[in-house]
Write a protein that binds this ligand. Structure first.
Ligand SMILES: NC(=O)c1ccc[n+]([C@@H]2O[C@H](COP(=O)([O-])OP(=O)(O)OC[C@H]3O[C@@H](n4cnc5c(N)ncnc54)[C@H](OP(=O)(O)O)[C@@H]3O)[C@@H](O)[C@H]2O)c1
Length: 163
């Protein structure tokens, strides 16, 4: 996830134009390494046709709407986090990239279904917007595995979630 230093991933209107190109390239690399993504319906629709569905990987879209497998290859609409993960397992994936937005991230974190977090901290304060983990209110300890710097004063933090 790309985040501002005050923990927002987009403005309320969905604007995330501030996400750097190097960060975006890394994001695409991670998608192809994992072979599958889980994405919220709002994020999917915002970038449908430009970024999503991502070709060549499994695209799992979370929605409370009617669950269906659409005719489009490799796109699944599901109603629960568990259903999303079982599609990944059935497809033979060892890991799957949860790519937001904030509501979907919060749903998985609440259920203890996040193992690692990649956070690209951008040097800006948004002041308001969509939180990294919407609806999550508990304390959770993380272990820093790695940090690396990108151009443009961006730092990527890689955490393991401790349970
Ligand atoms: N900076 C970044 O790295 C980054 C990455 C990704 C997205 N974003 C931004 O995040 C924003 C969207 O975030 P968001 O929080 O508003 O929306 P979101 O998480 O993309 O999608 C929310 C929708 O997903 C479905 N959903 C979420 N949790 C669910 C659950 N537990 N069970 C079933 N369905 C569930 C619901 O769909 P229904 O309404 O259909 O029921 C919900 O309305 C966009 O502006 C996008 O640009 C930023």
């Amino acid at each position: 996830m790309a985040t501002s230093i005050d923990g927002y991933i987009a403005k309320k209107d969905g604007d995330s134009d501030w996400v750097s190109e190097s960060c975006f390239a890394d994001f695409q690399q991670k998608i192809s390494e994992c072979g599958g993504i889980i994405v919220g319906r709002r994020t999917f629709e915002q970038f449908q046709g430009s970024l999503y569905p991502v070709k060549g990987v499994i695209n799992i879209v979370m929605t409370n709407g009617k669950s269906k497998k659409v005719s489009q290859e490799n796109v699944y609409f599901v109603n629960t986090c568990e259903e999303a993960l079982s599609i990944g397992v059935d497809s033979g994936l060892n890991s799957i990239l949860l790519i937001g937005g904030g509501t979907v991230n919060g749903s998985f974190l609440k259920k203890g279904l996040v193992d690692e977090i990649f956070l690209s901290v951008h040097p800006l304060i948004l002041g308001d917007g969509i939180r990294l983990f919407e609806g999550y209110e508990n304390l959770l300890n993380l272990e820093l595995i790695e940090s690396k710097d990108y151009s443009g004063s961006i730092t990527q933090l890689h955490y393991k979630v401790n349970r």
